[in-house]
Design a protein around this ligand. Structure first.
Ligand SMILES: O=C(O)[C@H](O)[C@@H](O)[C@H](O)[C@H](O)COP(=O)(O)O
Ligand code: SF4
Length: 603
């Protein structure tokens, strides 16, 4: 099947827009490649420090200086259930390397925030900035310059984007992302959400809510809703940075360990003395466009309208919201995984998962099948499933042409929706984005009076006072990156969902973010310019009629233009957000963050 013309056109436009910056990036990584191993350039003192703690066998290999040495950059901690399995990975990886005749060392660790732990709390105001901090920490790890390739151990929200941005600053090195897999399914996300809504209405107590939460998030592994963490797994696979089928295999299983071992061997094979394919060459315009397409086809996290833009920039590629919007019109929704449906990623995987999705998109001409990957094949080789034979040998077989569960995963000829999950909005409030894949069709156009808030907790208080039992659009402003670090406002979801279920026509408009796990309530998020940076959202008043039209892609306040222009913007004292929980350490991030449509970063 030939490439869809819109995919070809968007890719060509991206190449043209990025011509100079991509060329400069490729020159930089070309110039960074040296003869021999990187550690061979170190002084005796540098090198001795680099291998002092190693065991005899590794020390001899590192001292001798000719065999590849892989750096492990790990985001292990006990806070993220998704990252807890990584605790034993360095020892596993070192042993695989040793047996294969090369070495591996932990180059360094990177911080990892669990957004589920900080959700609704002031720690969430560090969350977005932790992405760029992780990129910087990745560079600190790899700056030891002892490495001829790198293995990136990270799963969740800001961690994979940060690791990849850091990896791209060492784009001359081969790089492979090594996932750990989703936890077994607990109570369904729908059951969990029902208890949350009952709690929001005061119908159940904290003990019952905690019981439901603990039955949903119950063991090691990634949470099983399709939020940003699992959108990251989809992206790493469709961009060719995971092994085929690696994203959603369960943690601590023989197949998972075999995939990890294979990833280690592949990383060494990609080196200069082997296939000579560094990560900076894999992450090209085709890979970025394939990533956008994967987000649309699965109803991926809105956070990637920030992160994928920042990742692309790190590779010299100027991805814009217009590119997401153009592709949304031709990429069908093929997966319904919570919040875009009731299934979880385990059911998605069991239905055929990434292999089926990629095969279907390839067959519809909706992916660059010739995009390069870490697997020794182009992306067309990713329409296959990994398995162990009776002797424990890992191999891949072509994915079936039929979905194993049409309620979760569909072929390109019978999509859930003809267009993708992510949409751009524009109008007299600036630009914004919305995930439509989880919004009921009769809620895609909302026109209602504004109720303005400067703090997400004010909404719950107004709800508890019984003030919100009517149609309204909640405007939650001064949440942008330069204001308070662009926190996710996902704690609003149960309250707004209760009001929507009562039949009120409601929506959210904010210069903040929502979680990848948000979705049922129409939300125009990432409004740019933000309130604290001259954005017209700061001029909205209670009672103004706002129209959110996700069908036409419009976001407007229906106030006479001259009157609206003449209004003075509201100014908010944000000093309470600049101290406490470490926020005083992130002032330079707030002061230097670029706008949301450019990735809301500082790098
Ligand atoms: O973007 C995301 O996917 C979210 O940040 C997610 O990682 C976060 O953990 C949510 O808060 C989980 O959802 P609950 O808060 O509903 O458990
Ligand atoms: S998916 Fe979210 S809640 Fe789950 S471990 Fe990752 S960051 Fe934490």
């Amino acid at each position: 099947m030939s490439l869809h013309p819109v995919v070809a056109e968007v890719t060509e436009r991206l190449r043209e827009r990025s011509r100079d910056t991509r060329a400069a990036y490729l020159d930089r990584i070309h110039d960074a490649v040296i003869e021999g191993t990187h550690r061979a350039r170190l002084s005796c003192g540098n090198l001795a420090h680099g291998f002092a703690a190693c065991g005899t066998q590794d020390k001899a290999a590192l001292r001798e200086g000719h065999t590849p040495n892989l750096g492990i950059v790990t985001a292990y901690n006990d806070m993220l259930s998704a990252h807890q399995p990584y605790e034993r990975y360095p020892a596993l990886i070192r042993e695989v390397a040793r047996q294969a005749g090369f070495t591996a060392q932990v180059a360094g660790g990177v911080p990892a925030m669990c957004d589920g732990v900080t959700q609704g709390r002031s720690g969430m105001e560090l969350s977005l900035f932790s992405r760029d901090l992780i990129a910087m920490a990745t560079a600190v790890a790899l700056s030891h310059d002892m490495f001829d390739g790198a293995l990136y151990l990270g799963i969740c929200d800001k961690i994979v984007p940060g690791l990849l941005i850091g990896a791209l600053s060492f784009g001359h090195l081969p790089g492979v992302f090594v996932p750990s897999g989703p936890m077994p399914s607990g109570i369904s996300n729908e059951q969990k959400s029902k208890v949350r809504q009952a709690y929001a209405e005061g119908k159940v107590g904290r003990a019952q809510l905690l019981e439901a939460e603990a039955a949903s998030y119950h063991s090691a592994g990634t949470c099983t809703f399709y939020g940003t963490a699992n959108s990251n797994q989809m992206l790493m696979e469709i961009m060719g940075l995971h092994l085929p089928g690696a994203s959603f295999v369960a943690p601590d299983t023989p197949l998972r360990d075999a995939l990890t071992a294979a990833a280690v061997r592949r990383c060494a094979a990609l080196g200069k003395t082997g296939e000579n394919l560094p990560i900076g060459q894999i992450v090209d315009e085709r890979a970025i466009v394939n990533g956008v397409i994967g987000l649309h086809a699965t109803g991926g996290s809105t956070n990637h309208l920030l992160h994928l833009v920042a990742i692309a920039q790190a590779a010299g590629i100027a991805l814009r919201w217009e590119d997401f919007d153009a592709l949304s019109s031709v990429v069908p929704l093929l997966a319904r995984v919570y919040p875009n449906g009731y299934a979880d990623v385990n059911q998605f995987h069991d239905a055929g998962g990434m292999a089926f999705l990629i095969d279907q998109l390839l067959s519809a001409g909706l992916l660059h099948g010739d995009a390069r990957t870490i697997a020794g094949t182009d992306l067309s080789g990713y329409a296959s499933l990994p398995a162990l034979d009776e002797s424990g040998r890992l191999s891949w077989t072509p994915v079936p042409k039929e979905s194993g569960n049409r309620g979760v995963l569909r072929g390109a000829s019978e999509p859930f929706r003809a267009d993708g999950g992510l949409r751009m909005l524009h109008g007299n409030l600036g630009r914004a984005v919305i995930k439509v894949s989880a919004v009921p069709d009769d809620r895609l156009v909302i026109e209602a009076p504004a109720v303005v808030f400067h703090d997400q907790d004010e909404i719950k208080r107004a709800f508890d006072r019984g003030e919100l039992n009517h149609d309204f659009i909640a405007v939650v402003r001064f949440q942008g990156p330069r204001a308070i670090g662009m926190p996710e406002l996902h704690k609003l979801t149960p309250t707004l969902a209760v009001l929507q279920d009562r039949g009120h026509r409601i929506a959210l408009v904010t210069d903040g973010r929502m979680s990848g796990a948000s979705g049922r309530v129409p939300a125009a998020i990432h409004v740019t310019p933000e309130a604290d940076d001259g954005g017209p959202i700061a001029k909205i008043r209670d009672g103004d009629i706002i129209r959110l039209d996700a069908v036409q892609g419009r976001l407007e306040v229906l106030v006479e233009a001259a009157e609206f222009a003449a209004r003075a913007p509201v100014v908010e004292d944000l000093s309470r957000h600049q101290h406490g929980m470490g926020r005083e350490l992130f002032g330079m991030f707030r002061r230097n963050a670029v706008a949301a449509d450019l990735g809301a970063g500082v790098l």
